[in-house]
Design a protein around this ligand. Structure first.
Ligand code: NDP
Length: 252
């Protein structure tokens, strides 16, 4: 079978190495390639020659129009996994994130999400469905209100990023990409709080470094990458994903 991850840019993606490691671990001869997609309409026929695709920035929203997305993906407004045989699409970001939280922060209840972009939609939807108490702070506050109203979820919007009482603090802004910081007073965070930065790169973000310096446990976006990838793998191939082989490939 042939799979790919589509995006623009795409060369940086760790998904090919991660999925190839999974196939190798199980003796499967499937392929998984990075594919630069600049124009979905012009490239859709080529994409449909594959068995399935993962979708990353900036195509998760637009690809909804090309598949029969399940209810979660339609509500989240984004699809990240498509099976072309059935033409069905799902979004594994929200459930993947819940998997990581259940494993890494058992007992956590209150979650502060920083940012109100596309990824926050999937996360906030999945986390409120899993009965976490979710608070959202966004630089542009109106976008956070719009997100909560649009999704009809029981999440709070905060005008300032209040850290006291939060079990988990999630950076779902793209501030990490430019190494900008956020207006956070880490001294106010609970000593047991966990900081989850969705960003991952060669170096931790400045935000993550300051959280670690304040004594918080930090987790980076590679754990979400692995968790959402494992869910895509299982959905396509109807078998358990070899998560440790995938993790080893991602942490290199
Ligand atoms: P979007 O572009 O949809 O949203 C960006 C968000 O970041 C907005 O809320 C925006 O606020 C905020 N923002 C941008 N710059 C700043 C800044 N300087 N200060 C404060 N807030 C800022 O992005 P996505 O939701 O798609 O992705 C968010 C992050 O999550 C990215 O870093 C991405 O790489 C990461 N990600 C990681 C995944 C993984 O597998 N590890 C999966 C998916 C995403 P405003 O509304 O005010 O503009």
């Amino acid at each position: 079978m042939r799979f790919a991850v589509i995006g623009n840019p795409i060369a940086h993606s760790l998904s090919p190495a991660m999925h190839r490691a999974a196939y190798a671990a199980l003796g499967l001869e499937h392929s998984y390639d990075p594919m630069l997609v600049t124009d979905i309409g012009a490239q859709i026929n080529e994409l449909k020659t594959l068995d399935g695709i993962n979708i990353t920035v900036p195509h998760k929203e637009a690809m909804l129009a090309y598949c029969e997305a399940d209810e979660f993906a339609r509500r989240a407004g984004a699809v990240n996994t498509i099976d072309w045989k059935s033409n069905r699409g799902i979004n594994t970001d929200g459930a993947g994130f819940s998997d990581v939280l259940a494993r890494e922060t058992p007992g956590a209840q209150s979650i502060l999400i920083l940012g109100a972009g596309g990824t926050t939609r999937s996360l906030a939807l999945a986390l409120t469905q899993a009965a976490y108490q979710v608070t959202i702070w966004n630089r542009t506050e109106s976008r956070a209100h719009e997100l909560v109203t649009d999704l009809e979820i029981p999440a709070r919007v905060s005008s300032t990023p209040q850290l006291p009482g939060q079990d988990v603090i999630v950076n779902a802004t793209s501030a990490g990409l430019t190494d900008e910081t956020l207006p956070l007073d880490w001294g106010e965070a609970e000593p047991s709080a966990v900081f989850f930065d969705l960003y991952y790169g060669t170096e931790p973000t400045q935000i993550s470094k300051t959280a670690a310096e304040a004594g918080l446990r930090t987790i980076d976006g590679r754990e979400l990458l692995i968790a959402q990838g494992a869910r895509s793998f299982s959905w396509w191939l109807q078998r358990e994903a070899p998560v440790e082989a995938m993790r080893a490939a991602v942490y290199g």
